[in-house]
Design a protein around this ligand. Sequence first.
Ligand SMILES: [Zn+2]
Ligand SMILES: [Zn+2]
Length: 392
Amino acid sequence: MKNLLELTPAEFAGLEFDCPCGRRHSVGIRKILIESGCLPAIVPTVKELGGTHIFLLADDNTFEAAGKRAKDLLCQAGLSLHGRVFPGTPVLVPDERTVGSALAAMEPEDDLILAVGSGVLNDTARILSARTGIPYVILATAPSMDGFASTVSPLILDGMKITKSAVYPAAIVADTAILKEAPMPMLTAGFGDIIGKYTALADWRLARTLLDEYYCEQSVALMERAVQKCADNAAGLQKRDEEAVRYVTEALVLSGVAMGLVGNSRPASGAEHHFSHYWEVECLKRGVEHPLHGNSVGAAAVVSASLYELAAGELPQGFAPPDKGQILSVLKAAGACTSPKELGISRELFLESVLHAMEIRERFTILRFLHQKGLLNACAGALANRFYPAAG
Ligand SMILES: [Zn+2]
Ligand SMILES: [Zn+2]
């Protein structure tokens, strides 16, 4: 077996191997391209996938950033193309209206969906692709979340956040010269989603140590190295340094790949994601705007690492908790949010989330650990005082 750490992201496409963890892993994406100036490769990519009648999905912003160029190149290459370009404002939501409107715009001849964008457009294309059986390609415009290489679509249905199973993209094309120009909150969001892996992986290790949960060393090593590269280049992100943006993009794609390898989101999601999910759902219920997913994940990673700190005396012997100081310093260096207060989460919602975020799913994390030890209430109070110091 090839050492996974020696592979470039492109080499993960179509990979299949027997892993020392005892499982056979495979990656169902046929092509992964993360390079500066690779947008024109959209033409051969679409052709290789057999696309002749392309349905392009974008919004005004992503069409401007990359969609128009892609469209011109594809049309010049003699391919037939039509599409649905949503308004750039208000912010597009992956709800019934968006999914239905995109579906209604499709034509019977369409044989390939080209999504130009990031989170919402990718999620919309993914659900369309899964239900119509037509493959989709994502042309990324912002490194804002780790769902590029995922197989699920988080949607907002009847005002509730619901994750629907869907399919991998057939190909991911990410031109870092375009990605680095994405709005800064999207760059920091992608970075925050990656820094959240520190606590996600700690939660997985804790579950392996205490519950003997299935664990894949290869996938963990893969994620750790990708996260480390982002952390080492954190300061470059604020300057839109293309290399820093490329590392974040690679880590986001590999995070999806790692989830695909092990068949669940363990390599990418722990208590920090439960916090972020809880905050998003509560903001939705209250009709208030919520931060971008990755920006809340980054701040929640600080919360989760603080919980590990409070749990220090209770952790199994020899267990290495996530390094809160390191998480804080790299988030700051990248210009990302470091606390729930900074995100705009109220003290009351924060307290509630410490107590209840673990109910989002069965998964064992530091939250369930503290709950089982009877320490969660005390920790919630201590953290609320720390993150929301009384005025004066
Ligand atoms: Zn995430
Ligand atoms: Zn494995």
